[in-house]
Design a protein around this ligand. Structure first.
Ligand code: F6P
Length: 322
C-alpha cells in the first residue's frame, strides 16, 4: 500500500485531530503517502484532497474540532455520488481509507468497500459514544468533562436559590453522555431516549426528597429523551406538579474544546492501528476498544447493532441521589 486517504465525517469530536496526526505520521513512517480529504464525503465527491506531511499535522494534538473539516453529506447516500467519490480516489491512486466518524460515516465507508472495493478502516469519533463494538469513542471523555464542568456550576446556583434545574446534554439518539454526567454530577433524575424514567416517577421522587429536606435538584436530559426537548420536559413537570424547573441547554459547546489526555491517547492508538490494519490488508472493519485492548469488528456488524445506554449507571445515579 503506497497511498491512503484520511477523512473526518459527521459531528466533530475533540480528539479527531490527534487521530489525523497519528494516521499521517504512522503512514509516513511506513513509507505511505497520506492524503487528507476535506469536509468528509462532500470533499471526497468534489475532489478536495491533498497530500499531508508530518509537519502539516504539527501542533494539532491539543486542538478540538477537525483540521480536515467535516460534514453530513446527503449526496453520499446516493450510489451515483459514491461512484464519483470512488473515481476521484482511484484517479489519485489512493488504495485505502481511514474514516474517522460515527454510525452514518461508517455506513458510507461500508458502501464504498461493497460497491467499489476501496479498503476502508473506521475509527469511532463521536462525542455520543454510541458505536457498537467499542467501549469508548474519541471525544466522549472530553464532552463528558465539559458537560460536568457546566453541571457543577449549575449546581452552585441551584443550591443557592433552592431550585430545580434541567440540564440538557447532547444525544439525539443516545443516552451515554446523559448517564455518565448524571452519575458523575450527582443528578437526581436522568432522562434518555431509552431509559424508562417518566415525568410521574421523577416528580414523585423529587417531591419526596423535598419532604426529606432536599432543597435543590438537577435533572439531566438527553436531547432525544421521550417528553421531547428540555423545555417540553419542564412544561410537563410544571403541569404535573406545579414545580418550576429552570432549563439550561449545553448544546454544541460539548463538541468543542481541547481533548482530554484519555481522548488524545485513544485517538493516537486508534489512528496508528488503523494504518497498520490497512497495511496488513484488512478492510471493512472498525478499530474499537474492549477494556484496555484495541479490537476490531466488521463495519457491517457495527452499523447494524445498537449500543444501549447503561441502565446500571442510571439506576445507580438515582439510588445515590436520595
Ligand atoms: O455528533 C453527535 C451529535 O453531537 C449529537 O449528539 C447531536 O444530536 C448531533 O450531533 C447534532 O448534530 P448537528 O451539529 O449536525 O446539529
Amino acid at each position: 500500500m503506497k497511498k491512503i486517504g484520511v477523512y473526518t465525517s459527521g459531528g466533530d469530536a475533540p480528539g479527531m485531530n490527534a487521530a489525523i496526526r497519528a494516521v499521517v505520521r504512522m503512514g509516513v513512517s511506513k513509507k505511505i503517502e497520506v492524503y487528507g480529504i476535506y469536509q468528509g464525503y462532500s470533499g471526497m465527491i468534489e475532489g478536495k484532497i491533498s497530500l499531508l506531511q508530518p509537519r502539516d499535522v504539527a501542533n494539532i494534538i491539543q486542538r478540538g474540532g477537525t483540521v480536515l473539516k467535516t460534514g453530513r453529506s446527503a449526496e453520499f447516500m446516493k450510489a451515483e455520488f459514491r461512484k464519483k467519490a470512488a473515481d476521484n480516489l482511484k484517479a489519485l491512486g489512493i488504495e485505502g481509507l481511514v474514516c474517522i466518524g460515527g454510525d452514518g460515516s461508517f455506513k458510507g465507508a461500508h458502501a464504498l468497500w461493497e460497491e467499489h472495493k476501496i479498503p476502508v478502516v473506521g475509527i469511532p469519533g463521536t462525542i455520543d459514544n454510541d458505536i457498537y463494538g467499542s467501549d469508548n469513542t474519541i471525544g466522549f471523555d472530553t464532552a463528558v468533562n465539559t458537560a460536568l464542568d457546566a453541571i457543577d456550576k449549575i449546581r452552585d446556583t441551584a443550591a443557592s436559590h433552592d431550585r430545580l434545574f434541567i440540564v440538557e446534554v447532547m444525544g439525539r439518539n443516545s443516552g451515554h453522555i446523559a448517564s455518565y454526567v448524571g452519575l458523575a454530577g450527582g443528578a437526581e433524575e436522568i432522562f434518555t431516549p431509552d431509559a424508562n424514567t417518566t415525568v410521574e416517577k421523577a416528580v414523585d421522587r423529587i417531591k419526596d426528597s423535598m419532604q426529606r429536606g432536599k432543597t435543590s435538584s438537577i435533572i439531566i436530559a438527553a436531547e432525544g429523551q421521550k417528553p421531547g426537548r428540555a423545555y417540553d420536559l419542564a412544561e410537563a413537570i410544571r403541569k404535573k406538579s406545579g414545580l418550576d424547573a429552570k432549563v439550561c441547554i449545553l448544546g454544541h459547546l460539548q463538541r468543542g474544546g481541547s481533548p482530554t489526555a484519555i481522548d488524545r491517547v485513544l485517538a493516537s492508538r486508534m489512528g496508528a492501528a488503523a494504518v497498520e490494519a490497512l497495511v496488513k490488508g484488512q478492510s471493512d472493519i472498525m478499530i474499537g476498544t474492549e477494556g484496555p485492548q484495541l479490537v476490531t469488528m466488521s463495519l457491517e456488524q457495527v452499523v447494524k447493532t445498537e449500543k444501549k445506554t447503561s441502565m446500571d449507571l442510571i439506576n445507580l445515579a438515582t439510588a445515590l441521589s436520595i
